[in-house]
Design a protein around this ligand. Structure first.
Ligand code: GCU
Length: 669
């Protein structure tokens, strides 16, 4: 029999009491209807968690004010102003633990907070806290296709679709529980590249099942979104055009959206990839991105819908001989002129870097470049360029760097975190999305350790002040073990894993050097003479792309002082040196090493670090779940092969180009 999927951080295995048991004996509800879908679900969750972790079966009751000496847990509606719409307050006094919220969703998050404390074996006695989520939209984007495949998926097939049908089963509910427990409030279920059957998701061929799925999500406070095909009018029997300013096209969409929202009233809206990598869009009709986005947004406004419009628009048929065209410039160049033209219910979704989810990139200058437009950050936890969930790569430290980056778009509150949370511009339609890393593998993410990203992104989206360490420790305790030795060992593996991956792959921000299309494994020149605009420009003297004012001028897209910092080789952060500058192999880095020596050293070191991670992991044999241990061990062996291949190819390549030997005389081919 096929094994059932795991419960990840919601395993509810027995826990030390830590004084928490008493709160679960009596659970009162006050001011919320026990029949509300979300409340029904959260009570079910409390019951399951209490039974599993503390062996207690709660008595659920309506609160009556005349009862004296209450002890237990009170789930209470509150109108106090410091609790925001999706926020919650938790306080404990004399044996009564009160979780207060304005709305059911906030209550759900508050209850999951309490359950997390129990799972972490932390006492809640005497606690007081009030948490409002930092980002209005906290979203997972799934790139699932209707045939069941997943674009850039590394953990099995889709659990949303199979054989061109929508799946509505128990796993959808478990997925909703998992992501709601960490505060996700929006999910896109289909691939941004909308083709074939997926175009039909907005027709009655699929309405019934899509509506059912949206309803499951609603019970966990999650809005479901769909990706749209901009050319849908043409493909679904409408007018022979998708021109956003053509009245006939507009009328077609009006009628279509009326049907869609009648069938799926709680749909959140749509995510659109237009004019990108072969997808249709307004450019084909000489219209702007704003024309396209606004047309759709206006039509769905009355249904409360929003249009999330992606900024991943660039020329993917570039000539490698052309040193002036720079893919990094494209997002900004395509979107900046229309800053302020986008309607209120449009959000521009911007990838964290100007290229494409590389292991190291600067922040996209569109973030904070736009000052009159709703902005949303897009990151990727699907490890497309970061090891395919074979190699361990805990991405939360990278996301922290992104969020903390000062854009200087305002005098204060100008970090990426400020912008996407709405603090900088006082807007509400904003937030953060991650391209998700799940599939129908038993353990959801292929590599069990990749679930730390699935958990961590969401926790960070909810509370951006959490540290990468705090998130890692929570995840380990909830998922793997509460034993200190295990925690320490795993922290030692996860926290440096991004830097380790960077060490054995492409150096100092240059990116790429991957096997084309597949994006796993090394191929230094794989994309060097291709049309994709992804070059390292290495010759016998040096490497890197000159994006200064002497080169492509990309640096000019930032605000000062970032422009000057990146433009001068001496002040450019060294981890991004080759992204911004073409640098001689003999250039001396701050460490005193030459560039070429740095390349050799970091690649040898990267492999050694993988070997150390493996030893650390092997020390956990017998101390954690055997299946998890075996699965991850097997992946570590593949990671080691991958790291060695990268090391030897990169080192040999640059040795052959430069003719400069390794100072330490190690084996280079
Ligand atoms: C990358 C990725 C594609 C994806 C695209 C996108 O280019 O390789 O598979 O479709 O990003 O973000 O739209």
């Amino acid at each position: 029999m096929a094994k059932k999927w795991t419960q990840l951080w919601l395993q509810y295995k027995p826990r030390k009491d830590c004084g928490n048991k008493g709160y679960f004996e009596n659970v009162w509800i006050c001011g919320f209807s026990a029949e509300h879908k979300i409340v029904v679900n959260l009570l079910k969750e409390v019951e399951k968690a209490a039974a599993g972790m503390l062996d207690v079966h709660p008595d659920f009751k309506e609160w009556s004010a005349d009862e004296t000496a209450h002890t237990g847990m009170l789930l209470c509606k509150s109108e106090v102003s410091h609790i925001g719409a999706e926020g919650y307050e938790i306080s404990e006094k004399a044996g009564l633990l009160t979780v207060s919220a304005r709305e059911e969703k906030g209550l759900l998050y508050g209850v999951f907070h309490v359950l997390r404390q129990v799972a972490l074996e932390q006492s809640v006695s005497d606690c007081y806290l009030c948490i409002n989520p930092d980002n209005p939209l906290r979203m997972y984007n799934h790139w699932d296709n209707m045939d069941g495949s997943i674009e850039r998926g590394y953990s099995g097939e889709s659990f949303f679709f199979a054989n061109n049908e929508v799946i509505v089963d128990e796993r959808i509910e478990d997925y909703a529980r998992l992501v709601a427990s960490v505060g996700i409030n929006a999910v896109v279920i289909n691939n941004v590249n909308v083709k074939d059957n997926a175009t039909w998701l907005i027709t009655d061929r699929y309405f019934k099942d899509v509506a059912k799925m949206a309803e499951i999500f609603e019970g966990y406070g999650i809005k479901m979104f769909l990706c749209l095909n901009f050319a849908a009018p043409m493909e679904l029997g409408g007018p022979d055009s998708a021109d956003p300013l053509d009245p006939e096209v507009r009328r077609w969409w009006e009628k279509k959206m009326e049907e869609v929202f009648e069938a799926i009233p709680n749909l959140g809206g749509f995510l659109v990839k237009a004019d990108s990598e072969g997808r249709p869009g307004p450019f084909s009709y000489g219209r702007t991105q704003a024309d396209g986005a606004n047309m759709l947004a206006d039509i769905i406004k009355d249904y409360g819908g929003i249009i999330i419009w992606r900024c991943f628009v660039y020329n993917c048929t570039q000539d490698w001989r052309d040193y002036k065209t720079d893919r990094a410039r494209a997002g900004y160049d395509n979107f900046i002129q229309m800053d302020g033209d986008y309607h209120d219910n449009v959000i521009l979704q911007i990838k964290n870097g100007p290229m494409d989810f590389q292991i190291r990139e600067p922040i996209s200058p569109l973030l904070g470049g736009l000052v009159k437009t709703n902005q949303m950050l897009e990151v990727q936890i699907a490890q497309e360029y970061t090891g395919h969930q074979i190699d361990v790569c805990y991405l939360i430290p990278m996301f922290k760097e992104i969020l903390d980056f000062r854009t200087y778009c305002a005098k204060e509150d100008d970090t990426v975190a400020d912008i996407i949370s709405g603090r900088t511009f006082g807007n509400k339609n904003c937030g953060v999305a991650a391209v998700c890393n799940t599939g129908n593998d038993v353990n959801w993410t292929g590599n069990d350790l990749a679930a730390a990203n699935f958990y961590g992104f969401a926790r960070l989206a909810f509370q951006t002040s959490l540290t990468a360490e705090e998130i890692a420790e929570e995840w380990i305790r909830m998922t793997i073990s509460c034993e200190q030795e295990v925690i320490d060992t795993l922290m030692g593996i996860l926290l440096p894993s991004r830097e380790i991956y960077e060490n054995y792959t492409s150096p100092l921000g240059i990116g790429w050097m991957v096997v084309p299309h597949e994006h796993y494994g090394c191929s230094v020149d794989g994309y060097e003479y291709s049309r994709w605009g992804t070059y390292h420009r290495a010759d016998h003297l040096g490497l890197g792309v000159d994006r200064t004012y002497n080169g492509t001028g990309f640096v000019g897209q930032y605000h000062e002082p970032n422009v000057s910092m990146y433009n001068a080789i001496g002040t450019c952060p060294e981890e991004l040196l080759l992204f911004f500058h073409h640098v001689p192999y003999t250039y001396q880095l701050k460490s005193g090493k030459s560039l070429i020596q740095h390349i050799y050293d970091s690649h040898f070191e990267g492999v050694e670090q993988v070997e150390e991670m493996i030893l650390a992991w092997e020390s956990l044999d017998g101390k954690i779940d055997a299946d998890v241990h075996r699965t991850v061990s097997e992946r570590f062996q593949r990671q080691l092969l991958n790291a060695k291949e990268w090391r030897d190819q990169v080192n040999s390549y640059f040795y052959r180009k430069s003719g400069i030997p390794d100072e330490k005389g190690r084996k280079i081919y």
